[in-house]
Ligand binder design. Structure first.
Ligand code: PGA
Length: 252
């Protein structure tokens, strides 16, 4: 079902340009020999230029943590697909729970951003996930479906990559990881939804939320999981290198 494994590092608002460049530089060597996995980096906007220079040429993919749907215009504080492409970005993270919850980005806005990016040929990692309250009320799967359905129905024909990330809000940056049963259940539902709502043959689904080198092995052993979207553990070279090694040597 899955062939490649993806390690996506979401550096959030943590590393400045100099720090991002150093970490990217250190990752190039380990990325040269990857056979069954890919390493994608999402630094802050202001670090993209420096990291793009370091990564060229390399097999590591560069992306941003958000993007606007329109080509250009009066959108103060936003960034366009073409601006990201200028720095060799091939993807953007859309609908991250920190955007949805801390910045009140609605389902409609996330859909617009994701669909706009794909239509303009930029890859998308589309994030979904429930809050603790929603899970406790037994609404986790319904919430994920609501976040994903309309987006999937409208996904345009494109050669740009589309990945979904399942990130339970309560697991992000908290040290609390979802149980393997909950991850398998959510991923199975997302894979089914991708089949029923879109023409896409296969969409890789990543898990995100307190992934570490200690828990990643067993998460990645689930056949429904194609990789990880990683925040905290991706900021340290040793941990990120270990996560890449796990993805590269994972047998299932
Ligand atoms: P975390 O973040 O690994 O620090 O929990 C994951 C994410 O927000 O993508």
């Amino acid at each position: 079902m899955r062939n490649l494994r993806y390690i996506v590092a979401n550096w959030k608002m943590n590393l400045d340009a100099r720090e991002s460049k150093t970490l990217a530089q250190n990752l190039i060597e380990i990325s040269n020999n990857l056979k069954q996995s890919e390493l994608w980096l999402a630094p802050s906007f202001t670090a993209l230029h420096a990291v793009a220079e370091i990564l060229s040429p390399s097999r590591i993919k560069l992306g941003a943590q958000n993007v606007h749907s329109e080509i250009k215009g009066a959108y103060t504080g936003e960034i366009s697909v073409n601006m990201l492409k200028e720095f060799s970005c091939t993807f953007a993270i859309i609908g991250h729970s920190e955007r949805r919850h801390q910045f009140a980005e609605s389902i409609e806005l996330a859909n617009k951003r994701g669909l706009g990016a794909l239509a303009q040929g930029l890859g998308v990692i589309f994030c979904v996930g429930e809050t603790l309250e929603e899970r406790e009320q037994g609404r986790a799967l319904a919430v994920i479906e609501a976040q994903l359905s309309t987006f999937l129905e409208k996904v345009p024909e494109t050669r740009a990559a589309l990945l979904i990330a399942y990130e339970p809000v309560w697991a992000i940056g908290t040290g609390k990881v979802a149980s393997l049963e909950d991850i398998a259940q959510a991923h199975t539902m997302i894979l089914k939804l991708c089949k029923s709502k879109s023409n896409l043959a296969f969409v890789p689904v990543l898990y995100g939320g307190s992934v570490t080198p200690e828990n990643f092995d067993s998460i990645l052993a689930l056949p429904e999981v194609s990789g990880g979207l990683i925040g905290g553990a991706s900021l340290e070279f040793k941990k990120l290198a270990k996560l890449v090694e796990i993805a590269e040597t994972c047998k299932s």
